[in-house]
Ligand binder design. Sequence first.
Ligand code: AMP
Ligand code: MG
Length: 485
Amino acid sequence: MNKIGWSFDNTYAQLPEILYTRLAPTPARAPGLVLLNHVLANKLGLDFSDMDEQSCAALFAGNRLPEGAEPIAQAYAGHQFGHFTMLGDGRAIVLGEQVAPDGKRFDIQLKGSGRTPYSRNGDGRAALGPMLREYIISEAMHALGVPTTRALAIATTGEPVHREQPLRGAVLTRVAASHLRVGTFEYAAMRREIQLLQQLTDYACQRHGFESAPKENNALTLLKGVMNRQMDLIIHWMRVGFIHGVMNTDNMAISGETIDYGPCAFMDAYDPGTLFSSIDHAGRYAFAAQPRIAKWNGARFAETLLPLLHNDQDKAIAMAEETINGFGEIFQQRWLEMMRRKLGLIGREDGDAALVDTLLEQMKQQGADYTETFRALTYGNTPSDPLFQDKAFQTWHQQWKDRQARQPGDAKETLAMMRNANPAVIPRNHKVEQALDAAANHNDMKPLQELLAALDRPYEDRPELEPYQSPSAPGERVYQTFCGT
Ligand code: AMP
Ligand code: MG
């Protein structure tokens, strides 16, 4: 064991070479350390406290490889906004798999680490702002209890990246259960080598604990398991008001983690059509479209697995369809369970779906803030917002109280249930933008550090959360978010 605690075991690099290219990160000219997540490091069994800052910077910029690393760029394909494309890690390198003290395995990936054979016309680099953005949002998602990749560190490269203007280049160290995507399977399926597909399927099942009954077809196990995890993931997104923004199949992880934070954002005022991404003109990936897109992506995944599902193609298609077609109804049931928790409803009543729908419709009409409204309901507050002053809402409120009065369990139980489902704080867009502007353009890390601290325990009410809780004031509102490329 080395002093840092690296414990790499690189199983992906044992798979057929067609799935990746062996390649080291491109060294950066003048690495500088910006952020290092010691809490996450600790969980991974790593300790950087004795490493000087310059050595950390060199490590996280990709200039110095950790012991045991076998760097690779992964190959994958994907459907982007509905269209099939060849992709791959165009600006990322997986260094290897760190096995944590608890036995869990994590990919350590550098994002923004230079060109690869999959870069197409890109420069292989990333700008500091978008990497900081991924750091903030992915760590906030983790604290919110949403499955997600995480951020271990950010280093600047000392080189400019040229976008619409020159920006500071940076590398994000991303930690993920794996980087297997639906797009990885699309890539393997496109090669029409059934053995490759089977190897990848076996690998995914083993790595992510999808267990088949004896003699059960593991492609079907994988398909069902992945759809199940995606369902849970999207329900978490809907619970906290998260909009991913680029739900292309290459950004859908087999592990069920949220991956690739590009133009993502949290919804303020409730509107199912909410959309921030500057590149999504058709609203394909709007807030309420996310379940439907997860199902669509699942259908692309199922298609890749057809040759493994059954020798008889018609039977294979029937198996795939049964799984995919069942998605909508099960989703609806689990979504309703989640909304019941948000409203502190114990047990089930026939009228629950209508009760939830009525509230959401009124919130939409009144432009009520998603996070604040549920938090106010949790604590029985009656803010001066238009929603709470509205007659129709007051009628709804009484119906809701009546529903709660009929249920078993005491007020303490409902309060705990609602508190755990409804965050007190989310990374509000205007706060994120302010922190990023200070950090990336004015070298002032203080707002960002304070934001990270506020987002660390999002279900606990703390006085210091106050500045982060309210929606944007006029003039602060963020209307669009941009891809990190
Ligand atoms: P994303 O939108 O981040 O999921 O990226 C889509 C694809 O574009 C992936 O294959 C990325 O590796 C690639 N890509 C994004 N930015 C760059 C860049 N600056 N240089 C090279 N490839 C990139
Ligand atoms: Mg991506």
